[in-house]
Design a protein around this ligand. Structure first.
Ligand SMILES: [Zn+2]
Length: 140
């Protein structure tokens, strides 16, 4: 079993698509799906350009990849920052901020609920801890 890269549902290792949300799980399925989505879009008569690119990215899971990459980047930078001020009280909330923004945390925390937490919630948590850390750093 593996987890769907989008909704986190447990799915068969060999599955090409998630049975819950339909997101392609392999590069092959993704490419196939992108072609189909492109055809659908061509037939839909939607105007080309930005919105279409965004829609296609969403359909093929590229948006999820971008989010994940950004999550790792921000998380690691914040954790390094937190470790460099760990003797300071600000280090603890900063470390927590770095940890909550990492994509695996979102999936782990959501496990008891059957779904990963939504990204916006993790970003909000990150913001709370980061602001707390920043405030402690400035005030103490
Ligand atoms: Zn899914």
């Amino acid at each position: 079993m593996k987890d769907c890269r989008r909704c986190g549902s447990a799915i068969d290792d060999a599955a090409q698509f998630c049975p819950d949300c339909g997101t392609p799980q392999t590069d092959e399925a993704r490419a196939q799906f992108a072609d189909l989505a492109q055809e659908e879009l061509d037939e839909s008569g939607l105007p080309g350009g930005g919105d279409r690119g965004k829609l296609l990215a969403q359909l093929t899971g590229d948006t999820d990849r971008l989010w994940d990459r950004a999550g790792y980047a921000v998380g690691f930078v914040t954790i390094v920052l937190a470790l460099s001020v760990l003797t300071d009280p600000a280090g603890v909330p900063l470390l927590l901020a770095g940890l909550v923004i990492l994509p695996p945390t979102r999936h782990l925390l959501g496990r008891p609920f059957g779904r990963p937490f939504i990204r916006e919630f993790m970003v909000a948590l990150y913001a709370v801890f980061a602001v707390l850390g920043g405030a402690l750093f400035v005030l103490l």
